[in-house]
Design a protein around this ligand. Structure first.
Ligand SMILES: Nc1nc2[nH]cc(C(=O)O)c2c(=O)[nH]1
Ligand code: SF4
Ligand SMILES: [Mg+2]
Length: 238
């Protein structure tokens, strides 16, 4: 007998999701940077960050195509070899039970070791942590700082829900952002690994490293976007 969660996921397997792209490359960010990874990029986002690098993933751009959960899983399973999946967007958790069912189904692929979700900090993670029953599912939560223009949308109770296998990413554009990131970590303790990423145009990486060392942030990891070093930063599908 399938359990309740498997039954629910099975029921949603023909549900459709708006898509941007599915591709395979190396993960450019976070603790799994460098591992061959299949990227599943859903269309749609509830935020509009000033420095967003995936503006093609929400209106006025349109979804490139629609796909059922079953077909997404089949493509990841049959067309690629990577053991890692990055579920991204846009905001991949925008679709509630459909997003949870997709995450659960990707985790159930035998070859897959890890499915990490790039979520934007404006989605309550509690229902996903409750519904998705797999050790393979991990959350990489962005915390949007003031220069993103979206700081007011952050769901702060996510910090206490995140686990040691999860990550919190702060994209830092300015000294003001840096100070806000340090303050946020002090105010909202979390078991997740904190990571600081520089916005290339306004926070040169060496300046960010200097500030991290100066502030004694020994538990924070510098997070550089490998794919923007390897390929043209504007290139898609890498
Ligand atoms: N190589 C590569 N690594 C990534 N990590 C997170 C990405 C994203 O767009 O969410 C991304 C991406 O677009 N490409
Ligand atoms: S949350 Fe991500 S996809 Fe959405 S606007 Fe911000 S950077 Fe872009
Ligand atoms: Mg990207």
């Amino acid at each position: 007998m399938p359990n309740k969660h498997q039954q629910e996921s099975a029921d949603l397997s023909s549900a459709m999701l708006p898509m941007v792209e599915i591709f395979e490359t190396v993960e450019g960010e976070g603790t799994r940077a460098g591992f061959p990874t299949v990227f599943v990029r859903l269309f749609g986002c509830n935020l509009r960050c000033v420095w967003c690098d995936t503006k093609y993933s929400y209106p006025p751009a349109e979804a490139e195509f629609k796909m059922s959960i079953r077909d997404i899983v089949q493509q990841v399973e049959q067309q690629y070899k990577s053991a890692y999946v990055c579920l991204t967007g846009g905001e991949p958790l925008l679709y509630g039970k459909r997003s949870a069912a997709l995450l659960q189904a990707l985790c159930e692929i035998e070859r897959i070791r890890d499915v990490h979700v790039e979520t934007n900090g404006a989605i309550d993670l509690a229902p996903f942590l409750a519904e998705v029953q797999s050790e393979k599912a991990r959350y990489i939560m962005d915390y949007k700082l003031p220069d993103s223009g979206e700081n007011g949308t952050m769901v702060h109770h996510n910090f206490e829900l995140l686990r040691p296998q999860d990550e919190v990413k702060f994209v830092i554009a300015s000294d003001r952002d840096f100070e806000a990131a340090v303050e946020t970590l002090q105010n909202y303790p979390t078991a997740a690994l904190p990571m600081f990423s520089p916005v290339w145009e306004s926070m040169p990486p060496d300046r960010l490293v200097h500030k991290m060392l100066e502030s004694g942030l020994s538990g924070v990891k510098l997070n550089m976007q490998l794919h923007k070093i390897i390929w043209d930063p504007a290139k898609r599908g890498v």
